[in-house]
Design a protein around this ligand. Sequence first.
Ligand code: URA
Length: 210
Amino acid sequence: MSEHLTVVDHPLVQHKLTIMRDRDTPTAVFRQLLREISQLLAYEVTRGLEMTTKRIHTPMAEMDAPTLAGKKLALISILRAGNGLLDGVLELIPSARVGFVGLYRDEKTLQPVQYYFKVPEAMEDRVVIAVDPMLATGNSSAAAIDLLKGAGATNIRFLCLLAAPEGIARMEEAHPDVPIVTAAVDERLNELGYIMPGLGDAGDRMFGTK
Ligand code: URA
């Protein structure tokens, strides 16, 4: 596997993921667990962010204390399932700027088509974290990253919950500069492009649609 792929094998992440995979887990529990896992994954995807120091006074003394450097992060939700990861990550990084990329799959060409795109200004100066729970074929993720690069982003990380080997390969081919953080890499895609064994349709499971 690539050095750009991080699988977060922390016991809490794996335990919560198993409950999410279970088809009998209700929507409200699924959503709550996604929020919790997103924060544990956010911890990993933000590792190595650039730091600086600032002079502060504790009640005891003055010190140069570490603080995040640079412009505010940009969190980009790939609609609609990305919103399930976004909320938890945003709780952890409340000052982040937020953008949205909407793509649907053309039934004839099977290629992703953009229907919404709104991102923060000065993308070239920010660390950009794109979130989408399921990295399946990788086509829409790769297309979303294309759009973010088109908007000027040069420092992009991709956060998902589950990845298929096919999606990882597609992303590595299209965007070898984008590190991927995931909770698990599953076996394969089925003929409909669903991750196996996966957890089903992440959007339907988190929003209670079918
Ligand atoms: N999107 C989903 O929601 N689930 C999959 O298994 C693949 C793509």
